[in-house]
Design a protein around this ligand. Structure first.
Ligand code: CO
Length: 673
């Protein structure tokens, strides 16, 4: 054994037996929730968490975040997985480490405030299925939206972690709104609500290291409640921010396994563990056990998801966060939306408009769902506003926000915008100032009757209440009423291998295999074909081995089915606003009917989709008469609902889609004649 090797062995031995630190930093792992949510659109499947679940339970994490945020939405919508089942499955493998989830307060795991009965039932069911720590946040930092869920969390004897969303209006903490006092006061509010821990949620990675030091130190002086830091890597500052937070005495820090770390995700756990070895904040973790987990993730799991990784850039830092403070998820939404509308060249206009819209809407933090609300409205403004009119197409969610349905904004909403948004608003023109939950009618009983015959299970009913359109689809699959499409199936390692082989062949220019065997004699039935590949011409001889050639004629494809009119309406329709004041629609352009869209069958003026999205509901049927400006169809785009008005007065001649259908820009939604 060489001396050098002996020294190494000694070092490893000491590492394993190192004394416990006085005040170890506690670590929560986010790999199984925020990690894959940040890096590959929340597409991680339960079956791909199982291979590492038991190993992760051995590390000594303070908690493992496994649920909440976008998981509930994505699982039923894109993975055909029951979100409730994930909890029960993982609990069989992770027995020691507490489970943590991200709960959007009264937004639960959706994009609007739900009624109290939904919020309470959700928490109770989550607790029953094994949730231990409820990390609760509100996009407006309006803690009245915590009241219902916190009472339920406490009744279930679970851990209530109160979040303060970290937001800025200038490059560093301070200014009129988001200054040190703001955060200290919010922490005091959470203390009054008996929070078991307080989390600073820096969803866009905006927290600068020295601001973290000042903030954490002040919070530690204000309260004895443990302080937890959640800071995304996006801007590149988070590892430095973590270290300064550790120095300031932060109790718990969020990280990911290194293979799920960085980019818009979180700093990796391994460098932090190594950095703190031998200090009084040493985590005490075994770095070798962490390395073993990464081997499994790299070999068995990540190949299935690498096609979802955004590898369009070499840099792992998003410079836009430093320049525009646009959170990563929000930015990719904006880019996708603009790209689908052939307007990607207008991204700079969107960046310029964004701070104005945010200010008009009360300088709210940008986090789900407010990031979508502000982002979508900004895109609408850039694309549809003109010199004569501002806020031409106001989303339903902006109207709700102006009414007070999301809660109290950091500063008052622009009164001009508020007035315009609430003109004819279904709930009234005078905004509310009470806790939003107080004006929301109970929802569960109604949902129960809407899915009667399909299910009576409360978990299903909650899922349906949160996601009526996609939730119903999922339940149809779950109970065998419909066959799920192949697109919802998991990608296997076999699939990945095949795809990689084809890629390698294509790159080597060998996509078309040449037979390696000796060529047989040409038979007398050989037929010769001329084959053209673009401009290249090939002569190909085909010989049916062993006899007469079998000649079959290719069937011409069946003509696309003409729409049956009227289309059956989906049961779940959103009640039409009682006295709508719809925005002036974009002038219906002469639409080159995209083949094979059936709208051409009916004569009249088409209502084209102004943006790609999903049909939520039609409020009219074929044969109904409409006045110009009446709302006809609700289109969901970027999770926001847009009520589209009739471009002319007349009769509905054709309705071309149904609830749940996806449409592209300019698809003809209905025809009015
Ligand atoms: Co996060």
């Amino acid at each position: 054994m060489s001396d050098h090797f002996k020294v190494q062995m000694q070092a490893i031995k000491d590492y394993e037996n190192r004394p416990k630190a006085d005040n170890p930093v506690k670590i929560q792992d986010l790999t199984l929730r925020d990690g894959h949510q940040s890096l590959f659109a929340t597409r991680g499947r339960t079956e791909d968490m199982i291979p590492v679940a038991e190993m992760m339970d051995e590390i000594g994490f303070w908690g493992v975040e496994v649920w909440g945020g976008a998981t509930f939405d994505t699982m039923h919508r894109f993975l055909n997985e029951d979100p409730w089942q994930r909890l029960r499955t993982l609990k069989r493998y992770i027995k020691k480490t507490p489970f943590s989830m991200l709960l959007r307060g009264q937004n639960v795991v959706g994009y609007r405030n739900y009624a109290d009965d939904v919020a309470r039932a959700f928490v109770e069911k989550a607790a029953e299925n094994g949730m231990d720590i409820f990390r609760t946040f509100d996009a407006l930092n309006d803690f009245r939206n915590f009241e219902t869920v916190v009472a339920a969390i406490k009744d279930c004897d679970k851990h209530f972690q109160g979040c303060i969303c970290y937001s800025l209006t200038e490059p560093r903490m301070g200014g009129e709104v988001y200054n040190l006092d703001y955060y200290i006061n919010k922490a005091k509010d959470l203390e009054k609500m008996k929070a078991d821990s307080i989390c600073i949620k820096d969803m866009a990675g905006l927290m600068a290291p020295y601001d973290a030091f000042e903030l954490i130190k002040a919070l530690k002086e204000t309260t004895d409640i443990p302080i937890h830091l959640h800071s995304h890597f996006t801007s590149g500052m988070a590892p430095m921010t973590h270290l300064k937070a550790v120095e300031a005495g932060v109790d718990i820090i969020d990280t990911c396994m290194s293979s799920y770390a960085y980019r818009t995700s979180h700093p990796a756990v391994e460098p932090l563990v190594m950095s703190l070895i031998g200090t009084n904040r040493d985590t005490g973790f075994d770095i070798k056990k962490l390395a073993d987990i990464n081997v499994v993730l790299e070999k068995e799991v990540l190949p299935k998801y690498k096609h979802l990784l955004d590898d369009s850039k070499v840099s792992i830092i998003d410079i836009n966060v430093l320049l525009h403070q646009t959170p990563g998820g929000m930015l990719s939404n904006l880019v996708n939306q603009l790209r689908e509308m052939d307007a990607l060249d207008r991204i700079d206009e969107v960046f310029a408009e964004l701070p104005r819209v945010r200010k008009d809407l009360g300088q709210i933090p940008l986090v789900t769902p407010t990031s979508q609300i502000v982002g979508t409205q900004t895109v609408n403004n850039v694309l549809f506003d003109d010199e004569d009119e501002d806020y031409k197409m106001i989303t339903a969610q902006v109207k709700d926000l102006c009414y007070g349905l999301y809660g109290k904004t950091a500063v008052p909403i622009s009164s001009k915008l508020q007035k315009k948004a609430l003109k004819g608003y279904e709930r009234g023109t005078k905004p509310i100032t009470c806790r939003p939950g107080e004006v929301l009618e109970p929802e569960l009983e109604k949902a129960k009757s809407e899915v009667k015959g399909l299910t009576t299970d409360l978990e299903d009913i909650i899922l349906y209440t949160l996601y009526p359109v996609t939730g119903k689809k999922f339940l149809m699959y779950k109970y065998g009423k419909e066959t799920p499409p192949d697109s919802l199936k998991a990608r296997t390692l076999e699939d990945v291998k095949k795809a990689d082989e084809i890629m390698a062949k294509a790159k080597a220019g060998k996509l078309v295999d040449k037979s390696s065997g000796e060529s047989p004699e040409k038979g007398e039935n050989t037929r010769t074909f001329n084959v053209f590949i673009e401009d290249e011409y090939f002569e190909v001889s085909v010989d049916e081995p062993g006899g007469q050639p079998v000649i079959s004629y290719a069937q011409p494809p069946a003509p696309p089915a003409m729409p049956t009119q009227p289309q059956p309406q989906a049961a779940a329709t959103v009640p039409a606003p009682s006295a709508p004041a719809p925005p002036t629609p974009p002038a219906p352009k002469p639409v080159a009917a995209p083949a094979p869209k059936p709208a051409a069958a009916a004569e009249g003026i088409p209502l084209p989709a102004p943006m790609p999205g999903m049909i939520v509901s039609y409020s009219k049927e074929v044969g109904d008469s409409v006045e110009k400006g009446d709302p006809v169809v609700v289109l969901e785009a970027m999770k926001m609902e847009n009520s589209l008005p009739a471009p002319v007065s007349g009769t509905i001649k054709a309705i071309n889609y149904k609830s749940g259908d996806s449409v592209s820009k300019n698809d003809v939604l209905c025809v009015i004649g």
